[in-house]
Structures are given as C-alpha cells and as structure tokens.
Write a protein that binds this ligand. Structure first.
Ligand code: UDP
Length: 332
C-alpha cells in the first residue's frame, strides 16, 4: 500500500526544523524527518512524525524515502551553522553544507521531486554595500559558512534550468525566539547565538557573557543584525511551498524584518525583559562577522505573501526566555 504524499524535512530535529514540522502539521501537511542527530534531538520531533536517523547526503536512504513517501517537496535545513566554526573547519562545512546538499538535490532530480525549499543565509552577502540588503545586491560571502551555502544556491539555480524542479532559497537573517505555545525552542549543547547566550546569562546558566567587538562602524560600535522570530520563519517556508506549488519561478528571497538591533541593544532588551542585570564583558571582534546585516523583506512580502506576526524584539526575547526556563538541565 503506498503512502500519501509527504514533505521531507532534513534537519527536522534541529532548532528551525522542529518549528517547521509543527507548522507543517498545523497546515495539514504530512512531514517526515531525516536528521543525523549530531546537533538535533529525537525529542524535538513530535510523536507520530516518522524520524529517520541519517545524513541528507545518503542517496540510498533519501532515494528510498522519496519513493516510499511519495515526497512532493524537500525542505532542507540539515547543515552546520556556526560562522567562527566554519573559519576553523572549512572542509567540514563544505562537506556537510555543500557536498551533502548536492547529493540531496541529485536524489530529488533522479526521483522526480518537484520542489525544494533551501535554508540559505544572509551570510551570502558578506559585507553589504548598503542596508537594508535586497536580493539584487551582489553575493560576496566573507566566511566559509556563507560560501558553503551560496554554492548550494548556485547548484539549485543551474539544476532548475536543466531539470523539472523549482526551488526557493530563503536567506535567513538572525533566527531567534521559540514556539509561542512553548512546544519547541532552541536546544543546543554548545550555544553560540547571541539571544540564546544572553537568555542563558539572564537565567544564571552561564556566568555573564561577552560582546565580540565594540569598534565596528555602527552607532554603538557593536554589530547590527536583523532578528527574525522562528515561528515567522517557519511560516515563510509554508508560503514558499505554496508559491512553488502554484508553478511560480524559482527564487532567492530574504527573510528578516527590515529592522536592525545592535548586540548591545539586544543585551539591554534581555536584561529588561528578564529583570536580571548580568555581567557583560566587552571583547575583541570575532572572526568572520560583518558589521551590519539588515534585510529588505519586500520580496518575501510581495512574492511569497509572507505576513510576519512576531516582529518585536521583546516578544522574541520573551519566548526565548520561556523556552530556556523549561529546558531540562542536561540540554543547555
Ligand atoms: N555575539 C556576541 N556575543 C555572543 C554571541 C554573539 O557579541 O556571545 C555577536 C556576534 O559577534 C555577532 C552577533 O552577536 O555580531 C550575532 O551573532 P550570532 O552568532 O548570534 O549570529 P550570526 O550573525 O553570526 O549568524
């Protein structure tokens, strides 16, 4: 007996992927998850959603799943995501992010999967000429993470010209926050992302925190980023899926709020929302950080029909704090 059509979510046990699975279920879709559980958690996948432990670059595994579940679209999250780590371990990033994605895309072509939604990044722009950054600006990544993702965009672009497949490459700005209903959030054994680190400092899970660089060409000298709520990001993928199903052309599209906050402003917000004044140490710059990344989101709004619901830094921080309070101590 064959299964009804499903959506394959690679990295569905991870931070963004687990929110995507919830959004798909709520939208009446049927997700299946492939995750190697290197950074994801089995417990992040809701009961009833099939989870296959393995690599998205494993052609035998993916090919078998595409046939068995009649996969209609792949949403590809599985990747390594830490910019300074990519500077230290470029070959690992190219293997996991680029080589595995190429294998996954080849499987999609071979088995006739019509749509791919790809998790790309603002890091493809490098040091932008101006902010907000629109999709017409040149791509010129300044770290291996951004380069490993941009190569996948190129593979998708060329593949979609040669084969009957369409894609959306969503260029995420800084993803943060947690499911507003408290069902999912960011669990990481070694957190590196700013809002996660700051809420951990507020909750006493770490002894204060560092600010990496206060001599950038920004008003307060710390880096500026555009923080987007993970639930709005998941919604953007649903919008992209609807767009591709409608037969529309492949595209690359920023996902952000078109609003930047400095590292120091984010820390102030976490202190205010939590009511805790933790220690903040001003440090040297971290390798690979552009000074300012703020999205133009006109394309997401006009072409995907994306409507952000949680465009508010305090809300993002509140949801991140709520999740961090619930996390079992074994997972930080
Ligand atoms: N950052 C910081 N202290 C930390 C973690 C991050 O000052 O403990 C800064 C980092 O240098 C960057 C910004 O916060 O300027 C966002 O970094 P994050 O790692 O969250 O995301 P990225 O922009 O690198 O994807």
């Amino acid at each position: 007996m064959s299964e009804p059509r499903h959506i394959l979510v690679s990295g569905g046990a991870g931070y963004i992927g687990s929110h995507m699975v919830l959004a798909l279920l709520e939208a009446g879709e049927r997700p299946i998850v492939v995750d190697d559980l290197s950074t994801g958690f089995r417990s992040a996948v809701p009961a009833g959603v099939p989870l296959f432990e393995g690599s998205s670059g494993d052609a035998a595994l993916i090919g078998g799943l595409i046939a068995r579940y009649q996969i209609e679209a792949i949403i590809h999250f599985a990747a390594s995501i830490v910019v300074p780590d990519s500077v230290l371990h470029p070959l690992a990033y190219y293997a996991n992010n680029t080589v595995n994605a190429r294998a996954l895309i080849a499987c999609a072509v071979e088995h006739g999967v019509p749509h791919i939604v790809f998790s790309s990044t603002a890091a493809v722009y490098g040091e932008p000429d101006r902010v907000p950054i629109d999709e017409q600006q040149p791509t010129a990544p300044i770290n291996p993470y951004g380069r490993s993702k941009l190569m996948v965009e190129w593979i998708l672009e060329d593949t979609a010209k040669a084969h009957p497949i369409s894609y959306a490459a969503l260029r995420y700005f800084n993803v943060a926050g947690a499911d507003p209903q408290g069902r999912a959030g960011q669990s990481a054994r070694n957190a590196t992302h700013l809002i996660k680190i700051a809420v951990q400092a507020a909750l006493g899970k770490r002894a204060g925190m560092d600010v990496f660089g206060t001599d950038y060409p920004t008003p307060d000298g710390s880096c500026i980023r555009d923080y987007v709520h993970v639930a709005d990001l998941a919604q953007a993928h649903l919008d992209a899926l609807r767009y591709l199903r409608g037969g529309k052309p492949s595209l690359a599209c920023n996902i952000g709020y078109q609003q930047g906050f400095s590292v120091l402003e984010v820390i102030d917000t976490v202190k205010r929302v939590s009511g805790v004044d933790f220690e903040v140490r001003l440090r040297e710059r971290r390798a690979g950080d552009p000074a300012s990344l703020v999205a133009s989101n006109q394309r997401a709004i006009s072409r995907l029909g994306w409507t952000p619901r949680y465009n508010d830094l305090e809300t993002i921080v509140r949801h991140a704090l709520d999740w961090e309070r619930r996390l079992p101590s074994a997972i930080d």
